[in-house]
Ligand binder design. Structure first.
Ligand code: A3P
Length: 329
């Protein structure tokens, strides 16, 4: 047992949960790379990503999973493309590719066993797909700062980085439902909470992720955005992001984009609601549970899922990690 931040983590037990409930025919295990949990397949991409040649004109959307990444991507892409609603009908995975997604969904086994199955290029070889993008590209990544390309880490290249954060309790609940419906997790919510707090889920530990980007927030190429602010004042965040990207939007454009980005509209927009992945799951019976990617889109939804005891564990864990920082939600 290793005592850490109020919780007692038994690594062997947690690894066992991952093995039993979070490996399947597109997820073959997990590794820890520089303190971050990643799917095993990431080992093949790690070096290539570190040495990835970064283009200064690109915009990077960085986040911990389930914090409003898709929402931010759609906002950024639209602003960068002068609200091209027609062009926006193309799948977001193609317009704003996810750098390391091939490690999240390792389809090689499935492809070997289903000769007619050809995943779209942005899923099959995501790194290659990103490299082939025209600039300025709008790149999504869940990588923590210390796993980003060395060009960025060293400051040799300074592309614009927009980081989006969301409070950890809602993030955890959202990640749980996502993991069940889209990544084949079959365990309980209680076990998922243990994995979350112990930093045993992909891209975790959570606070390490958030705080390392938070430390960079004063850099002129970095904008730190919160999901909660997008919920409370979407037009305000749109204006801030547009100004960061050097774009001028009229009041009408801000209103039109706010409407386009409403939860209802995003939920019904097949270009952004991950219909393609949900269909794949159904076709190959990849997950036991089904559910929409655009699930509830609320602040504080965790209250109906977490017991007071779990809430208390989260609050203590948060205090432990942020007590000495100026970060809060
Ligand atoms: P919930 O599961 O809590 O509903 P990501 O894109 O990082 O995976 O984040 C997904 C979360 O963002 C989901 O949260 C999803 O519903 C929410 N989301 C996506 N678009 C949204 C919108 N327009 N308004 C509010 N929440 C949105």
């Amino acid at each position: 047992m290793v005592a850490s931040n109020q919780e007692n983590f038994n690594n062997e037990e947690l690894d066992d949960i991952l093995r039993k409930h979070f490996t399947n025919n597109f997820r073959f295990g997990y590794v820890t790379i520089d303190g971050t949990t990643m799917p095993k397949r990431f080992e093949d991409l790690h070096e290539q990503i570190l040495n990835f040649e970064v283009n200064e004109d690109d915009v990077w959307i960085c986040s911990f999973p389930k914090t409003g990444t898709t929402w931010t991507q759609e906002m950024v892409w639209m602003i960068m493309h002068d609200l091209d609603f027609e062009g926006g009908q193309v799948n977001l995975g193609q317009r704003s590719p996810f750098l390391e997604v091939s490690a999240i969904y390792d389809f090689r086994n499935l492809m070997r066993n289903n000769k007619d199955f050809v995943p779209p290029p942005f899923l099959q070889d995501s790194l290659k797909f990103v490299k082939e993008q025209e600039n300025p590209a709008c790149i999504k990544t869940h990588l923590p700062f210390h796993l980003l390309p060395l060009d960025i880490q060293s400051g040799r290249k300074n592309p614009k980085i927009i980081y989006v954060a969301r409070n950890p309790k809602d993030t955890c609940v959202s990640y749980y439902h996502h993991s069940r419906a889209l990544e084949g997790y079959t365990g309980t919510f209680d076990d998922f909470v243990r994995l979350f707090l112990a930093g045993k889920l992909n891209f975790a530990p959570y606070w390490d992720h958030v705080l390392r980007y938070w430390e960079k927030r004063e850099q002129s190429n970095v904008l730190f955005v919160k999901y909660e602010d997008m919920k409370l004042d979407l037009p305000g965040v749109i204006r801030k992001v547009a100004s960061f990207l050097g774009k001028n939007l009229s009041a009408e454009q801000v209103a039109a984009l706010s409407n386009h980005l409403s939860f209802e509209n995003m939920k019904n927009n097949p270009a952004v609601n991950y219909e393609m992945v949900t269909e794949l799951n159904k076709k190959f019976n990849l997950t036991r549970h089904h559910g929409a990617f655009m699930r509830s889109g609320t602040i504080g939804g965790y209250k109906s899922q977490m017991t007071p005891e779990i809430v208390d564990r989260f609050d203590k864990w948060t205090e432990f990690h942020t007590g000495n920082t100026d970060f809060s939600f």
